[in-house]
Ligand binder design. Structure first.
Ligand SMILES: C[S@@+](CC[C@H](N)C(=O)[O-])C[C@H]1O[C@@H](n2cnc3c(N)ncnc32)[C@H](O)[C@@H]1O
Length: 436
């Protein structure tokens, strides 16, 4: 059984040691992860809270109650894993007050959870939160443990000790892709990684060199930047997995504007990408508003349909390489929805919101839908009209034979295979008929 105590952890020359100053670390160029309490304004004063019926304390830890939905999705995936494999060992690599660990133990009936956070001042809060609901047990019966290491170091040590996990939650700040590689090393094959990025500025295309450093993608400004953020994160994981001889499959992708937070659930397996077209480039024409995806071998043929001229002009931007394949697995989301409907609190209040979110994610998994989305405001401003009601626009798109769904990422966005010019024509006609 894993015993990650300071004594058993051997110092590794390759890893960033959070205890040493930056100048004394083996690689001074290592990007430092956000250190605890760096965001004191967002910390909560110590108080008892409840989330989905579980009581816990936050102390001075970083805690966002708005992240509850992201935690729900993680617990659903972990529960499905436990149901299908009959076992569940979870590593909560950046656990804060331990709320996720608690929920994996109780909600997903995890056999064992390792709750790790670099800040050792959180130790008593985490332990109290876990022991209040789940007796720790002894020896082989032990159900949880608390450690305080840099997440990369904790995961590397799991790998060294051959203590692999079924499910690793990496709830980090910023865009540190080094956590992805460490998590893949510490994960069982067919296991799940719940990865995070909170770098909304980079996904907006304002720091292409930063997105290149973090995820290997040169990202340029595009109107569906929050979807690009998810694709950038999955693409970064595809890259990290390929270094290790693995491939990842996204089971679902979730964007929350509180943060913002980009979260993706990835399944890890051995081997190469199943479909090469899923990792490539996305081109967006600011002139006509249309997008295209390109795989590596189509790169030389990039053209925008609105012009015969070369695509080198400033109106056409290309981002990548990033994930250009499906954001969700609809069958997996349906299983999650079926499971959620068995939860006592689902069906009313926040539970109804969770159901609605899952249904929306299932709708947007329609394979006929392209990547990206069109905001109704953009259609209206291009057509120089006021926006028609979203529901009526969607119905009309369906009647005209186009695939269309809303996007969970933005409330006024439509995912559709209808070209921008036709969206403008439909919106104009609708506005006209609504005024008559
Ligand atoms: C986003 S918070 C975690 C929130 C928590 N998972 C939740 O759902 O409430 C990130 C946590 O990572 C910790 N942290 C920051 N850098 C770390 C590192 N390099 N290794 C481990 N933990 C780290 C911080 O102390 C903080 O508690």
């Amino acid at each position: 059984m894993l015993n990650l105590t300071p004594k058993t952890l051997s110092p590794s020359p390759f890893l960033f040691n959070p205890i040493l100053p930056k100048s004394q670390n083996p690689n001074p160029n290592t990007r430092l992860t956000a250190i605890p309490n760096q965001f004191p304004h967002q910390n909560c004063k110590s108080e008892y809270r409840t989330e989905r019926g579980l009581e816990f304390e936050t102390g001075e830890t970083f805690f966002r109650h708005e992240s509850a939905t992201g935690r729900d999705l993680g617990v659903l995936a972990a529960s499905l894993y436990k149901k299908s494999k009959g076992q569940l060992r979870v590593l909560d690599a950046l656990c804060g007050c331990g709320i996720r660990s608690l929920r994996y133990l109780v909600g997903a009936e995890a056999d064992f959870v390792l709750a790790n956070d670099a800040n050792d001042e959180y130790r008593s809060i985490i332990s109290e939160n876990l022991s209040r609901a789940v007796p720790r047990g002894f020896g082989d019966e032990r159900r949880w443990s608390v450690t305080h290491f840099d997440a990369n170091r904790a995961m590397a040590e799991c790998y060294v000790q051959r203590e692999f996990f079924d499910f690793i939650d990496v709830d980090s700040f910023g865009s540190d892709s080094s956590f992805l590689r460490s998590a893949m090393n510490a994960l069982k094959l067919d296991g799940l990684i719940y990865a995070t990025s909170t770098d909304g500025y980079t996904s907006g295309g304002h720091r292409p060199h930063q997105s290149l450093a973090a995820y290997g993608a040169y990202v340029r400004p595009m109107p569906y930047s929050n979807e690009i953020g998810l694709r950038m994160l999955i693409g970064g994981a595809v890259r990290e997995a390929s270094v290790l001889g693995y491939r990842v499959t996204p089971l679902f992708s979730y964007y929350s504007f509180h943060g913002p937070v980009f979260r993706v659930m990835l399944r890890l397996n051995r081997g190469k990408l199943v479909d090469d077209r899923h990792y490539g480039f996305i081109g967006y024409c600011h002139q006509c508003g249309n997008s295209q995806a390109f795989s590596w071998n189509e790169l030389g043929r990039i053209r925008c349909s609105c012009t015969d001229s070369k695509v080198s002009g400033p109106r056409y931007v290309v981002s990548g390489p990033l994930w250009a394949g499906p954001l969700h697995d609809a069958a997996y989301l349906t299983e999650m929805l079926n499971l959620a409907e068995q939860w006592a609190w689902v069906g009313s209040g926040t539970g109804a919101d969770l159901e609605k979110l899952l249904k929306q994610m299932i709708d947007e998994s329609d394979p006929k839908l392209p990547f990206g989305y069109i905001k109704l405001d953009e259609v209206a401003s291009r057509a120089k009209i006021n926006s028609p009601p979203l529901r009526i626009m969607m119905d009309t798109l369906h009647k005209e034979g186009y695939a269309a769904s809303r996007s969970h990422i933005a409330s006024n966005a439509i995912k559709t295979n209808c070209p921008m010019a036709d969206c403008m024509r439909i919106a104009k006609n609708l506005r006209h008929s609504l005024q008559c």
